[in-house]
Design a binder for this molecule. Structure first.
Ligand SMILES: NC(=O)c1ccc[n+]([C@@H]2O[C@H](COP(=O)([O-])OP(=O)(O)OC[C@H]3O[C@@H](n4cnc5c(N)ncnc54)[C@H](O)[C@@H]3O)[C@@H](O)[C@H]2O)c1
Ligand SMILES: [Fe+2]
Length: 371
């Protein structure tokens, strides 16, 4: 833990059932760009937002794919540039919110987002304000300064991070998450748990993010299973939306660590959805990191009502299995002969945030046990 710490969240948060109805009070520009994905557009989100903003021009970009690419973000940004957009409203899962955040930057600068990924350009000022409206409960992207982008030319996923990428406003309306199918609820919920745990053990952790992380973890453990079993369980949906928000606030500055580093090649090479990829290694890193945390994990265990490392790791594994996600790498198409590539590609910069150094040997061992 750092001796001097500094926490800032510039994102205004509007939270609660029905909060989306307050969108019109918060849009004061003539033209807005709605960024969403085709599935949500087909389910009626475009009409709903148009209905809330009848006297504004609502330009729609509904082409966001899971794990949005450089090309999609550039296309979305150019559309905003052509329409003199004053505000970008992202409605959807992390893919839509991340597209909205990076497209606002592209619209304001006219740049190719790949130039930011390879460091040729730096994000130097605020672009068009973004209102982020999550419809999944997992990524916390509505409160983070991060846009995770698939860098097609390099076959990898790369987080673009800048304080100028924080949305201006997050509207977190748990009712928007009711329509998530069980598999999406499960994967995004395990992503939230990964954010809580990785924020808590990140080298950049600070007391205020520890409190947020505990708020996240102590909600996911009892409520994720309920939300997966019954998508209409209002209390579980609300607690999961809050867990996701707290997880986002927790990791926004400390950043994530080994679990997320490992998730990137699992997604870009093997097509595993983000939360499903994080869930695969989570319990293994609880055990791996424990000795480096000098009692800090015991405080967390007390907050969660468990007495030991074994009990906590078992609880994470039981939840993982209970929500029906794959628990073995082989279920996700990884073969023994893929091991060396997977290990090599997992050494993303986030790995350096891990509280205990991870060597290629350690990671091979973890992956082999999960095969
Ligand atoms: N920026 C950040 O801080 C951050 C943090 C974690 C993850 N991410 C990124 O977010 C992306 C993953 O986002 P995600 O897990 O939210 O999934 P997603 O946005 O990719 O959506 C997954 C699927 O769920 C569907 N969906 C979303 N909401 C729904 C709803 N309410 N009802 C029915 N279907 C719904 C979508 O249409 C899509 O088919 C990844 O690219 C990941 O890297 C970003
Ligand atoms: Fe994540």
């Amino acid at each position: 833990m750092n001796d001097v710490w500094n926490y800032l969240s510039p994102v205004e948060i509007l939270f609660g059932d029905g909060a989306l109805a307050r969108l019109p009070e918060r849009v004061d520009t003539a033209a807005v760009l709605l960024v969403t994905d085709p599935h949500l557009a087909a389910a009626g989100i475009t009409e709903r937002v148009r209905g809330l903003l009848p006297d504004r021009e609502v330009v729609v970009f509904a082409d966001v794919e899971p794990n949005p690419s450089v090309e999609t973000i550039n296309r979305c940004g150019r559309l905003a540039g052509e329409h003199k957009i004053g505000c970008v409203v992202g409605v959807g899962g992390g893919s839509s919110l991340d597209t909205a955040k990076a497209a606002a930057l592209v619209a304001a600068t006219g740049a190719d987002v790949a130039e930011y990924l390879d460091g040729k350009r730096k994000v130097e000022k605020h672009s068009i304000p973004v209102i982020a409206v999550p419809t999944t409960a997992g990524t916390g992207s509505e409160v983070t300064p991060v846009s995770v982008i698939t860098w097609t030319a390099r076959h990898c996923k790369q987080p673009l991070v800048s304080p100028y990428l924080f949305p201006a406003l997050a509207i977190v309306d748990p009712e928007l998450t009711y329509s998530m199918p069980a598999t999406v609820t499960a994967a995004t919920g395990m992503d939230a748990l990964s954010h809580g745990l990785e924020a808590y053990w990140s080298r950049g952790a600070m007391p205020v993010t520890d409190a947020l992380a505990i708020g996240c973890i102590t909600r996911v453990l009892p409520f994720l299973g309920r939300a997966v079993r019954n998508g209409d369980d209002r209390e579980a949906r609300r607690e999961m939306a809050l867990a996701s928000l707290l997880g986002g606030l927790a990791f926004a500055l400390p950043k994530t660590a080994a679990v997320h580093a490992c998730s990137f090649p699992l997604t870009s090479r093997f097509g595993v959805p983000h939360g499903t990829a994080c869930a695969l290694t989570l319990a293994a890193f609880v055990e791996f990191n424990y000795p480096a945390l000098q009692g800090k994990m015991d405080v967390l265990f007390q907050c969660c009502g468990v007495r030991s490392l074994g009990e906590f790791a078992d609880a994470v594994r039981a939840l993982h299995a209970q929500v029906g996600l794959p628990t073995r790498l082989s279920q996700c198409g990884v073969r023994a002969e893929d091991m060396d590539t997977l290990v090599a590609e997992s050494f993303h910069p986030n790995m350096r945030n891990n509280p205990k150094e991870v060597t290629p040997h350690d990671l091979t061992d973890i992956y082999r046990r999960l095969l």
